[in-house]
Design a protein. Structure first.
Length: 263
């Protein structure tokens, strides 16, 4: 099922400049051509107040693209007067965004349209659009982490290895399930060299930071089951590929099981 991607303007961070920026003219043209050919909706923002119209990319060439005009003549006039145009759309279920400095009123296929110059930079904002795969306890996905505990009042800390159930996983992080008192996860803590064995794919080594702790339920002894939301840090290419392969494998398996249940 396709998810709805909110076509709001994203603030571009330093991390986005490193991870999400695309400056290859061929790649930019290929992404925009796919958006045009699939008729994907887009939001065109103009003026400092960030007013916008909903539109589509009609066609493009190496110099720029033709974009559908809005219904309001007043809005269309303001767009042509704006010195910054930001267009937000989606490509393969990932938000894309770029800005240009002008929009000209032209005619395309005997209909009024805007012509936008081809952007030199486009952002493919993957970071906020990770698909989170929820897992059942029976699926036995575990994360092995190294923690420390004091041996005594005057004794040095002792390193111990713990195995923690994984509740959900995505390209951006994991959700770990733990009982209150078993592990003292604290938001902001960083765990390095953690291992997750992905069935049918193999093990991965990751570093993550604890972002939040959410209580889930309480058992008969009054202890709380909690979820630690963890964000991967400095994840490398091969690990990202393994994660995506695992998520795709699980999605296909769930789809096949759902189809079999209908027979």
């Amino acid at each position: 099922m396709k998810k709805d991607i909110p076509l709001t303007i994203e603030s571009i961070t330093d991390a986005d400049e490193k991870e999400c920026r695309i400056s290859s003219a061929k790649q930019i043209e290929a992404i925009l051509r796919n958006i045009a050919e699939t008729g994907t909706n887009a939001a065109l923002y103009y003026n400092p107040k960030r007013d916008f119209i909903m539109t589509t990319i009609l066609d493009l060439d190496e110099d720029g693209m033709w974009v559908e005009q809005g219904r309001s003549a007043t809005e269309n006039h303001h767009i042509t007067e704006s010195h910054k145009i930001t267009l937000v759309s989606a490509h393969n279920q990932v938000k894309v965004q770029f800005a240009v400095n002008a929009a000209s009123s032209v005619t395309y296929d005997d209909q009024p349209a805007f012509f936008l110059p081809m952007p030199t930079i486009l952002y493919r904002l993957q970071r906020r659009e990770y698909f989170r795969l929820s897992l059942l306890p029976a699926e036995q996905l575990r994360c092995i982490i190294d923690t420390v505990r004091p041996k005594g009042p005057d004794a040095p800390q002792e390193a111990i290895q713990r195995t923690v159930p994984v509740m959900d996983i995505s390209g951006g992080g994991v959700g770990l399930a733990f009982m209150e008192g078993e592990i003292d996860f604290v938001p902001g803590e960083i765990y390095t060299d953690c291992q997750i064995d992905l069935p049918e794919i193999g093990p991965i080594q990751v570093t993550f930071v604890i972002k939040n702790i959410v209580p889930l339920s309480t058992n008969k002894l009054g202890k709380a089951l909690k979820r630690a939301g963890c964000e991967f840090k400095d994840i490398d290419g091969p690990t990202t590929v393994k994660l995506q392969r695992f998520i795709t494998y699980k999605q296909r398996l769930m789809a096949a099981n759902a189809s079999a249940a209908l027979l």
